[in-house]
Design a binder for this molecule. Sequence first.
Ligand code: TYD
Ligand code: MG
Length: 453
Amino acid sequence: MAKVKSAFFCQNCGYETPKWLGKCPSCNEWNTFVEELVQKQVPQVVAFSKSVQTAKPQSLDEIVHQEHQRITLSDSELNRVLGGGLVYGSLILFGGEPGIGKSTLLLQLAVTTPNLKVLYVSGEESDQQIKMRSERIGVTNKKCFILTETSIQNIFKQAEEVQPEVLVIDSIQTLYSSQIESSPGSISQVRECTAQLLRYAKQSNVPVFLIGHITKEGSLAGPKVLEHMVDSVLQFEGDRNHVYRLLRSIKNRFGSTNELGIYEMLGTGLRQVENPSEILITNSDSSLSGISIAATMEGMRSMLIEVQALVSSAAYGTPQRSSTGFDSKRLNMLLAVMEKRCGFKLGAKDVFLNIAGGIKVDDPAIDLAVVAAVLSSNADIPIDKNIALSAEVGLSGEVRPVNRVEQRIYEAEKLGFDKIIISKYNKGIEQKNFKIELVLCSKITEVVKALFT
Ligand code: TYD
Ligand code: MG
């Protein structure tokens, strides 16, 4: 007979304790413990006993490498982020804030990949709502099956009948297993359902997508524990008020985590953006001050991004510094460097910085473009629209080299820029290899001369 007992679980990291605690000893969060009923089951070893008995240590050389079999999806951005397609039997956690477009992306995937039998399980929406969404997307697929169900046992029963090639669960927080008595969305339910889905994926070789919500703090709701269990963690991010969405891979057992997918949310679903630079640069004819173009890298992808700055006299005693899409501490540091090393008086000025398109950049190569945009706005002199910049700025005002500089230069060249300002210290860069003019600088003062005189 199964024994019922209760335990307290940290809703943040899944730490288990028999008594209530105020602070979690594992993740140091306060007030996160909730009592949940756990039904300890007699361990079932039937399914695995065979493999447990036969497993023997093997020399690494004897193990034959088998190429992972992959399904190529219709969505080339997703294929790339997954490392070249969807691996059979993989479990993928797909996280993102509510309303960002997770359900849309996966439904779109289900209906647009031809000849792929998908079972889309929704515990959040009715079949009518899903039908409406698919009508918005404007594509139908006879092989896409919708199931509105939250019981994991029933889902497996239906999956056995349908025999899908891909299973989508929207979302893991709505599922429950009758073997556990706590409510759906609680740590023990989420963990148990994920474990069962993991077993399903590995035994049936069907890839499973799990949609997971994200908390206000930006981490996957509750289950940090989930990240260990799944093969890949993808995160869908972006500003809900902007149309662009970024798909990042945070963990991937079958590929690199450097890849990035870009989508645009339209009235008819998500569109893949193949050339990100074109959308991130405004094509206005008139030159405006305070705008510069940075050649940055997002993962393995180079793109040109517009940096906008506004510098104005502070109306109150303490000047405001505000930045969107760029680390504000880094902005303060760059302002201090400009003040101290180059003598620009910015101490009594409000500085606002914005990265166009609502994206966040943490590539240090954007530093020089930030400096240029601030100086341009301060002096009210526009920067020539055909100049791109790509370099890190150091504390003594030196212009430092960045990684993969050739790729950045090629991207600027491809998009028709005339000049690119980079650090003099980048190794192995020769003008004769490029059509675009390279301007090599070692100090901010040289950059100022190149831009404004
Ligand atoms: P949704 O996929 O429901 O988000 P999530 O599952 O991550 O919570 O998408 C929500 C938003 O997307 C919704 O506010 C409306 C918008 N949307 C479009 O702009 N165009 C479309 O074609 C669709 C289907 C949704
Ligand atoms: Mg949804």
